[in-house]
Design a protein around this ligand. Structure first.
Ligand code: ZN
Length: 207
């Protein structure tokens, strides 16, 4: 009888522990897209998508944005947002995601291609994609080229191909990378306007 009771107590403890553990995980990660968590957790999703240009590996940051370079994980990102630029007067206002020439660049979030722009002394081959609610511009620069058929006005989904990593514009040819920026837009602002916010914590989940 005493042995039975002991077994019962052990069982009860095990069940309670399991319940408390799942409650903890639910509380920490189970609330969907509502709150941006500070650290990456099990909500990171990696998926391989077959495209005409070959497989693309998409990783999601904790806020649901896709890391805009195929195969790059959140923990590989470096916060270069406040890096000083030439002359020191300007700051970067973007992050550079290093990757070999030709690595697929994909849309971090859904939206519409608003402007495809070439800036010889700046971003080189660039794409500006505005979110469906109009409040955000996602900016992709130094591309080697655009994804086949990409055009202004085109709708893109999260993970849709934008182009390939390159070093066009003022990037160092020996350090190909995607220059990625997020601009908060107020009503009436044009594609080249807006106010930059730091993409790093949104993609990497760290400050
Ligand atoms: Zn940059």
């Amino acid at each position: 009888m005493r042995a039975l009771r002991r077994i019962f107590t052990h069982l009860l403890t095990a069940v309670l522990t399991a319940a408390i553990t799942s409650l903890y995980w639910y509380g920490t990660y189970g609330r969907g897209s509502g709150g941006a968590r500070a650290e990456p957790g099990p909500e990171l999703v990696e998926k391989a998508v077959a495209t005409a240009e070959g497989p693309v590996e998409v990783s999601l940051g904790p806020t649901g944005l896709a890391i805009p370079v195929s195969g790059i994980r959140p923990n590989q990102l470096v916060d270069t947002y406040k890096q000083a630029r030439a002359g020191g007067a300007r700051v970067h206002d973007a992050i550079d995601i290093m990757a070999p020439h030709g690595t697929p660049v994909i849309a971090a979030a859904p939206g519409r291609v608003e402007k495809l722009f070439f800036s010889k002394g700046g971003g080189g081959i660039t794409a500006y994609v505005r979110s469906d609610d109009g409040k955000w511009i996602y900016y992709y620069a130094h591309l080697q080229d655009y994804a086949p058929g990409l055009k202004e006005g085109q709708k893109v989904e999260r993970g849709s191909p934008i182009g390939r990593v390159g070093a066009t514009g003022n990037a160092n040819p020996d350090g190909p990378h995607l220059h990625f920026a997020i601009h908060r837009m107020v009503s009436g602002e044009d594609w080249h306007e807006g106010t930059a916010i730091n993409p790093y914590p949104l993609l990497a989940g760290k400050r």
